[in-house]
Write a protein that binds this ligand. Structure first.
Ligand code: ZN
Length: 220
């Protein structure tokens, strides 16, 4: 089904589904688990609007994909145009928070990285960004210290607070807006904590934001 942003409270969201601007390597424990160096500045990449997929639709791993990893991330819905913004302006532009999976075909990504090539085939495919409905900013007591949790087939895979981000949410959005204009309806992903692992056909996922917003997603 065509993706459309939604709010958790059921009210309509008239913001268009835009691009998804992401940061790589924003939690130290995740950097270590993949044996990557700690970056000196944020690593940015973009998933297109066609990567967005509602949690109410099943995840489909592309036929060419092997080793499809979940990366559970705090998502931010941008409500106003941001270009060269400071953190104060970034904060006022936030229309909501959600939780998303930055799906990554790890083997394909590694092959491309080894050749010094861009990652899009590994991270930007259709449905590569399953995402929850958004909660209003005032529904999270502290977005910078909220729990992200992913359970797969009854086993906890990822469970971490957003307080462990190396670059905080507002600083990250401001930084991104210095490179790419963020438009109303764009989404920012803030990086994954440790625990990334493979998803397989038939997996049943339970995803929780802040211990209070809970979703079930299946892999086709
Ligand atoms: Zn990610």
């Amino acid at each position: 089904m065509a993706y459309q942003h939604r709010f958790e409270d059921g009210t309509a969201c008239d913001l268009p589904a835009g691009k998804v601007v992401c940061v790589g390597r924003n939690y130290v424990a995740h950097i270590r688990e993949l044996d990557n160096p700690i970056p000196t500045e944020p690593i940015l990449f973009i998933k297109p609007a066609t990567s967005l997929l509602s949690f109410s639709d099943p995840i489909v791993i592309p036929a060419y994909g092997t080793n499809c990893h979940h990366e559970t991330e705090l998502a931010v819905l941008v409500g106003q145009t941001l270009s060269g913004a400071d953190t104060g302006t970034a904060e006022k532009a936030i229309a909501g928070y959600g939780i998303a999976l930055d799906l990554t075909l790890r083997d394909i990504q590694q092959g491309l990285k080894d050749k010094g090539l861009p990652w899009e085939k590994a991270k930007a495919f259709d449905g590569a960004c399953p995402i929850s409905p958004f909660v209003r900013p005032d529904q999270l007591a502290n977005p910078q210290d909220t729990m992200l949790k992913l359970v797969v087939n009854g086993t906890v895979r990822q469970e971490e607070s957003t307080k462990l981000m190396m670059i905080g949410i507002l600083e990250l959005i401001a930084y991104m807006s210095g490179y790419f204009t963020l438009m109303p309806g764009d989404v920012v992903l803030t990086g994954t904590p440790a625990g990334v692992s493979e998803l397989l056909s038939g997996d049943q996922l339970e995803i929780e934001l802040d211990g209070q917003f809970k979703y079930r997603v299946s892999v086709a």
